[in-house]
Design a protein around this ligand. Structure first.
Ligand code: ME8
Length: 512
């Protein structure tokens, strides 16, 4: 039976241009979507932009344009960044679209009908940068002695009429959820933080604002706009056609995985399941939080001037080297630092050397000594079997790694096989066999070509363009690139195209 896999990225605020942090979560989600497609699953992959709220309204004001016009242009920039990073989304939702507005209002009505919303007045702290309400007890003292949010964001005292969501009523059910479904929330650190936050006690949540207008009107009371997080979280359902339960895409609910940054785990692991419980809707299967990137050791910020546009990195290093780097550099879920030096090293050692050279050496030997024709697979020696055995377990091994969002470990599993191939080629020395035992040379090359096919197939989700080129060079047809196709041994005799290098070494240009 085909399994459905519904994966989402956060929808990004349109208050500023996209940067490598946004690209990171989208790349990770893309890798998951591509992996599941190749595994034969029925995938729906959603990304988009979060366009309402005070933060966006203020950014538009600062730019001197109407909020919608501002949102149109920044949203288009996010979409073009996603396209430039080869993010294979099935839909790009914008919260200013009528389909989303109607859906978020329907969700509100459902929650209200079930008695979980009441009107009162909010008086307390709000951090605009985080679009988050904070309790007095959560605030910390900032560098200038002022109270700030635990994230360092400035806070202001807000006092206004507001609708409230009965979040406190869901405390026990949330704790039960984390307890009974340990897989619901990861990684461990984030899970522990969320559990201890919920255990400290939840306050009811203000879910509407009256002091500005840029938001979705609260059904039945247009003095209020929805709190931007109620609006935003609803995107995961609105893109599927909620509340129309007959909409074909509703079959993808519940979501398999909401991939988010650790900064927004609270909204996804506490508020979102509580809203859904209140609406009587099934809960997502998993929320996983990625870690935080700094740039050359510093926090990315406009004022420091070190905000990295991923498209600039791509111009220097190529898309796949960037996609590879961000997922390879640090165990997925942990924090990491982006430095040019580290990127160059990964590119040159692991891509150009370990993998690129292996493919180049093998393919040029086939071109030179076998007329560029794929040799037949014949009897295998023990060593051949050992190497191909390592390749054949990769789909299973990686499926288990992906199940726990261990993308970096998945890459390491593939790299172990690449290193084994390099040891094998050095030990078998097919170049020396040419004169002594041409048949064995052909057998060795065939084993290497088969191993490379397995490796390239498994790496497609991470590096779709370069692996497509590698599979072309290996003579693997477009319909022979799924994980299941690996079980079928390719018939020999195919003419392979002339080999071309796939991963050039990067050399820093001389300063002019
Ligand atoms: O929070 N390192 O949008 P946002 C790693 N609209 N990931 C980073 C990062 C960094 N330095 N900077 C950003 C919002 N991210 C809401 C989401 S969802 C219903 C609404 C990534 O534009 C990370 O995934 O502030 C983070 O959670 C997201 O961008 C925040 O994007």
């Amino acid at each position: 039976m085909t399994r459905r896999f519904y994966v989402t990225t956060p929808i990004y605020y349109v208050n500023g241009a996209p940067h490598i942090g946004h690209a990171y979560t989208s790349i990770a989600a893309d890798v998951m979507a591509r992996f599941h497609r190749l595994a034969g699953d029925d995938v729906f992959f959603l990304t988009g932009t979060d366009e309402h709220g005070q933060k966006v309204e203020q950014a538009a004001q600062a730019a001197g344009v109407a909020p919608k016009e501002f949102a149109d242009s920044v949203s288009a920039n996010f979409r073009s960044m996603a396209d430039a990073m080869a993010i294979s989304y099935d839909d790009f939702i914008r919260t200013t679209e009528p389909r989303h507005i109607a859906s978020a209002q329907a969700l509100w009505r459902k929650v209200a009908d079930n008695g979980a919303i009441y009107l009162d007045a909010y008086e307390g702290w709000y951090a605009l940068r985080d679009e988050c309400f904070y309790g007095e007890d959560e605030l910390v003292t900032g560098p200038d002695g002022k109270k700030v949010a635990p994230t360092g964001a400035p806070v202001e005292w807000v006092k206004e009429p507001s609708y409230f969501f009965r979040l406190a009523d869901y405390q026990d059910r949330l704790l039960e959820l984390y307890e009974q479904h340990p897989e619901f929330l990861g990684p461990h650190g984030t899970r522990n933080e969320i559990i201890s936050f919920v255990k400290q006690g939840l306050r009811n949540l203000s879910i509407s604002r009256t002091s500005f207008k840029w938001g979705i009107p609260v059904p039945g009371d247009d003095q209020h706009v929805m709190y931007v997080w109620f609006d935003a979280l609803a995107n995961y359902l609105s893109a599927l056609g909620y509340p129309d339960t007959d909409a074909p895409r509703m079959a993808y609910w519940p979501a398999s995985l909401h991939l988010v940054g650790k900064d927004i785990a609270r909204f996804h692991a506490i508020y979102w399941p509580a809203f859904l419980m209140a609406a009587g809707i099934d809960l997502p299967k998993k929320v996983f939080a990625n870690g935080w990137w700094t740039i050359e050791g510093q926090k990315m910020s406009k004022s420091v001037g070190n905000v990295v546009d991923p498209r600039e990195l791509v111009a220097d290093f190529g898309l796949d080297a960037v996609r590879f780097f961000v997922l390879r550099e640090v165990p997925f879920g942990g924090d990491s630092d982006l430095s040019r030096k580290a990127l160059i090293t990964r590119n040159n050692v692991e891509l150009a050397n370990d993998l690129g050279n292996l493919a180049q050496r093998t393919l040029s030997l086939v071109a030179r000594n076998c007329g560029g024709i794929l040799p037949e697979r014949r009897t295998l020696t023990e060593e051949d079997q050992k190497l191909l055995g390592q390749v054949s377990v990769l789909p299973q091994l990686l499926a288990a790694q992906f199940e726990r969002c261990a993308l970096t470990d998945a890459l390491e599993d593939v790299w172990k096989v690449i290193r084994a191939c390099n040891a094998y080629i050095d030990h078998q020395a097919p170049w020396a066999l040419r004169k002594t035992d041409a048949e064995r040379m052909a057998d060795v090359l065939r084993v290497l070509l088969d191993a490379l096919r397995g490796i390239a197939t498994m790496l497609q989700p991470f590096m779709p363009h370069s692996m497509a080129r590698m599979l072309d060079q290996l003579g693997v047809g477009e319909n022979e690139r799924t994980f299941a196709a690996l079980e079928v041994v390719l018939p020999g005799g195919r003419q392979l195209p002339a080999p071309q290098g796939i991963f050039p070494r990067y050399v820093e240009p001389e300063p002019s």
